[in-house]
Design a protein around this ligand. Structure first.
Ligand code: ZN
Ligand code: ZN
Length: 259
């Protein structure tokens, strides 16, 4: 059950733009959040996007989050997290990164849209792309690195941007992935890795009444004894907590907030 009001996924970009963090924290306090977790992206050799912690800066990042946690003590709990791009080829890099700081929470994510991944979407149709994405999420859950699996079906966003991510023709059909999704749920139940309900889907405009994961995946998940967390995936302060109340009341999601 989601007992406390928490947002466990946000990107203040603390080490590159330290002045932004206070606005994220104040927004969360104003909305009555009990806890938040900073989850800036881990350094990754194949991608040096501006919103990532730079190589060699992990320790500094963790110290900076701890400093903010101390500054706002009594007002809100701030946890030290990191969003990790899981790919079986990256495990050495992940392990090396994780040794460099003190963390409270590890978010595992499959980000096939990042340039440099081995998967080129142009060679795949949407169902093949989804299959590989779900398979990697399953491996991520089994890997033992993570507390939370983030935006399980983020690939739905990729489908909305055909110019940016060209793909072979086809339609994503969730029914072709049910067995794989059941394996994911079984593994979540076994490992106690939490399933994230991620509201970035609202900003991505991927569906009228669902977020990540979709309502179909949520319905499937209710057959298993798994725990959920909410994450806004805010890359700017005005996105912190976005959709929390809406999702909490949604007929497809409220069960996750109440059990
Ligand atoms: Zn992500
Ligand atoms: Zn994120």
């Amino acid at each position: 059950m989601i007992k406390k009001k928490c947002d466990y996924h946000m990107h203040p970009n603390l080490t590159n733009e330290p002045h932004r963090a206070d606005a994220f924290i104040k927004s969360a306090i104003d909305q009555g959040f009990d806890e938040i977790c900073f989850t800036d992206h881990m350094p990754l050799s194949i991608c040096d996007a501006g919103d990532r912690i730079k190589k060699g800066m992990i320790e500094k990042y963790c110290l900076a989050v701890a400093e903010k946690a101390k500054q706002y003590e009594g007002k809100i709990v701030i946890k030290t997290g990191i969003e990790i791009d899981y790919h079986p080829d990256f495990t050495d890099e992940i392990e090396n990164n994780l040794k460099q700081g003190e963390f409270d929470l590890f978010l595992g994510a499959t980000h096939f849209h990042i340039p440099g991944y081995n998967i080129l979407s142009s060679n795949l149709n949407p169902n093949e792309y989804a299959k590989i994405s779900f398979e990697n999420s399953l491996k991520a859950i089994k890997s033992g690195y993570f507390d939370i699996i983030a935006h399980l079906d983020l690939q739905r966003w990729v489908y909305t941007l055909p110019k940016r991510f060209p793909m072979k023709k086809g339609i994503y059909n969730i029914n072709e992935h049910i067995e794989l999704l059941k394996k994911i749920m079984i593994e979540l139940e076994k490992t106690k890795v939490k399933l994230e309900i991620n509201s970035l889907a609202i900003l991505h405009k991927v569906g009228s009444d669902d977020v990540y994961p979709s309502k179909d995946i949520m319905n499937l998940s209710y057959d298993y004894n798994i725990d959920y967390v909410y994450g806004s995936d805010a890359h700017s302060y005005d996105w912190v907590g976005h959709g929390y109340d809406l999702i909490g009341k949604s007929k497809y999601y409220k069960k996750a907030f109440s059990r």
